[in-house]
Structures are given as structure tokens and as C-alpha cells.
Design a protein around this ligand. Structure first.
Ligand SMILES: *Cc1c(COP(=O)(O)O)cnc(C)c1O
Length: 231
């Protein structure tokens, strides 16, 4: 095991706890998801030995392979989701962070036929992803489209809406972007009172996200070290 891994994990845990306390929040109310995309499964196992229970991946095939090898943890799917893969992701993911269009909800909410989906648990926790940029090519629903998406998720018995998710745009102060996300989260709660969580904050900006109410951090390289080149 790399001795640095445990040190980096401990350092991030300390920073998360300190940022939570600065905001008058309980560190235990914040879930740190370690994003292991492009990392070998051995690293996932080492992190699990170190007490990590929540892992994030952004590509279906890689996520499915790792989840099969390390099943006794929570897998979070954080990447853009293709409609035709959505039901398969549901079979292993505890939480899907990237629900950004009504058609995805329709797919996830329809009765299963394949072997994959019949093994899926009856409900899956989801976040509605918001696009905080002006570029429609980025992942996430435009804020104007969010109410209809949230209503559709609320009407789906197989989906439980945890809250909203976003990535801070490049070229904007992350704290300002997360403040906007917090305002959007407040609006979503008027439609879906149970949607109290916010998935925000990565290696470079998680302290800003905590200051603006993030409950689920998605942290990769600050814990894992740099990612190997993608195959
Ligand atoms: C890769 C990724 C992260 C983690 O990014 P780091 O900068 O390595 O912390 C978080 N969220 C999403 C959606 C990602 O794709």
C-alpha cells in the first residue's frame, strides 16, 4: 500500500471536518465520495481497508467491473448517463448523481425486462444534476428545466430524489457558483421537500462547497493522487 494514500485521505478528512465546523455543521453530516475513475481496483481495495465506504465512477463499464469486484461498498455514478445504459447502472449503483433529463427518469422508472434490471433494488437514490454554465453541451439540466425534471422524479416510485448535483464551472469563483446552486436547491425543496442534499465539491473546491451547504463531496485526485492516462 502506498503510505501516501492514507496520509492524503486523513488530510482531506481533517479539512472536510474543519470546513464543516467553520460553517457550524456536523462533519458526520457530510459524505465524502472518493472518485476512483481510471484508477485500478487495487486502489479501491486499499481505500476500503482505510475505511472508505463510498466510491464514485463516471463511466458505466468501468464502474460495473469495479462494483462486481468490490460489492460491499456504496457505488455512486457521477458521469453523464446514456439512456440505454441507465437501467444497467441502476443494478449496481446505490446513488446516481447525474439525472439531467426527463427521458432518463422514464427509462429508470419503467418495469425491468433484462437480467440486469431484475437484480436491481426496488428504489434507487438520485440527484438531479444542474448545469451551472451557459453551455448546453455540459452535463446537467438548465435551471429553467429543473422543476419539470424534479416533478417527474417525484412521480417515479422507483426513484428517491436526494437533492441537486452540480460541477462548478471553469472561469467562475466556485463559491459564487455553489451559492447559486444553494438557491436552486432551496427552490427544488419547495417542489420536493425531502430533497435536502447537495452533491457538490471536488478536489479543488470542496471547502467552498461545504460553506454553501454541500452534503455529498465527490473527491478524486486530492485523495487518490493523479489519475493514470485513460486507456
Ligand atoms: C472526476 C470527477 C470528480 C472528481 O474530480 P477531482 O478533481 O479528481 O476531485 C467529481 N465529480 C465528477 C462528476 C467527476 O467526473
Amino acid at each position: 500500500m502506498s503510505p501516501d494514500l492514507g496520509e492524503r485521505l486523513a488530510a482531506i478528512r481533517d479539512r472536510v471536518a474543519a470546513a464543516a465546523r467553520r460553517s457550524g455543521r456536523e462533519p458526520a453530516a457530510i459524505t465524502t465520495i472518493v472518485v476512483t475513475k481510471f484508477q485500478p481496483v487495487e486502489l479501491v481495495r486499499e481505500l476500503r481497508e482505510l475505511g472508505v465506504t463510498d466510491f464514485g465512477e463516471n463511466r458505466h463499464q468501468e464502474a460495473r467491473e469495479k462494483a462486481a469486484l468490490v460489492p460491499d461498498v456504496h457505488w455512486h455514478f457521477v458521469g453523464q448517463l446514456q439512456g440505454k445504459k441507465a437501467r444497467q447502472v441502476r443494478a449496481y449503483a446505490s446513488v446516481i448523481h447525474s439525472i439531467d433529463r426527463v427521458s432518463l427518469v422514464d427509462t429508470l422508472d419503467s418495469p425491468g425486462e433484462s437480467a440486469d434490471s431484475s437484480a436491481a433494488p426496488p428504489t434507487v437514490d438520485v440527484f438531479a444534476q444542474v448545469n451551472l454554465t451557459d453551455d448546453p453541451g455540459r452535463g446537467g439540466a438548465a435551471p429553467a428545466d429543473l422543476p419539470a425534471l424534479v416533478e417527474r422524479i417525484e412521480a417515479a416510485p422507483g426513484l428517491r430524489l436526494l437533492g441537486v448535483m452540480a460541477v462548478a464551472p471553469l472561469g467562475e469563483e466556485p463559491r459564487a457558483a455553489f451559492a447559486r446552486l444553494r438557491g436552486i436547491a432551496d427552490e427544488v425543496r419547495r417542489i420536493a421537500p425531502g430533497a435536502t442534499r447537495i452533491s457538490a465539491g471536488m478536489s479543488a473546491d470542496f471547502e467552498d462547497a461545504i460553506a454553501e451547504g454541500a452534503t455529498h463531496l465527490r473527491i478524486g485526485t486530492a485523495i487518490t493522487g493523479s489519475r493514470p492516462d485513460r486507456a
